[in-house]
Design a protein around this ligand. Structure first.
Ligand SMILES: [Fe+2]
Length: 159
């Protein structure tokens, strides 16, 4: 993603974000999810544009830091409402992004590798809330790889 596009997107997303920007579902989490996702995408061929957008958008419609069951659906609707030029995704990319965002906290495992990589990138950051990611709840072999799992965990608890 071009740095100018990223800056513009984050400006729009952050303007409507209701929670603590430094909190457990805020900017530092998005940055780690982005790193996790792009690291895996380089290994498994997942679409980097979708994975990066997922990091910035999946939690952007949370109303609180608890379970907030509808936040994925709200975020998916928010994505559909964004300027398509800003996202610069083709139709399949937009569909994968909104699917990944909508269902990211439902514990699903089966999906296209790009969607799986989005979900894993988020789950690899669970250490920040005191949960150790379980390999059997991760979708991709890249996420289950002990060295990535450990690196992501170390970053998640350092917050
Ligand atoms: Fe998240």
């Amino acid at each position: 993603m071009h740095p100018d596009t990223r800056r513009r997107l984050l400006q729009i997303v952050r303007r409507q974000f209701r929670l603590d920007w430094r909190g457990i579902h805020g900017g530092p989490h998005w940055a780690r999810v982005r790193w996790n996702g792009l690291t895996m995408a380089r290994m498994n061929g997942a679409r980097e544009d979708v994975v990066e957008l997922f990091a910035f958008l999946h939690d952007c419609q949370r109303w609180h830091d608890g379970r907030d069951r509808e936040h994925g659906a709200r975020a998916a609707d928010f994505v559909w409402g964004l300027d398509a030029g800003l996202l610069s995704l083709d139709r399949p990319g937009l569909e994968m992004l909104t699917y990944a965002v909508r269902y990211h906290s439902d514990g699903l495992l089966d999906a296209d590798v790009t969607v799986q990589t989005c979900w894993d990138s988020d789950r690899l950051d669970l250490g920040r809330v005191g949960i150790t990611p379980r390999p059997d709840r991760l979708c991709t072999e890249q996420a289950r790889d002990p060295s990535l799992l450990e690196r992501a965990y170390a970053r998640s608890v350092r917050r």
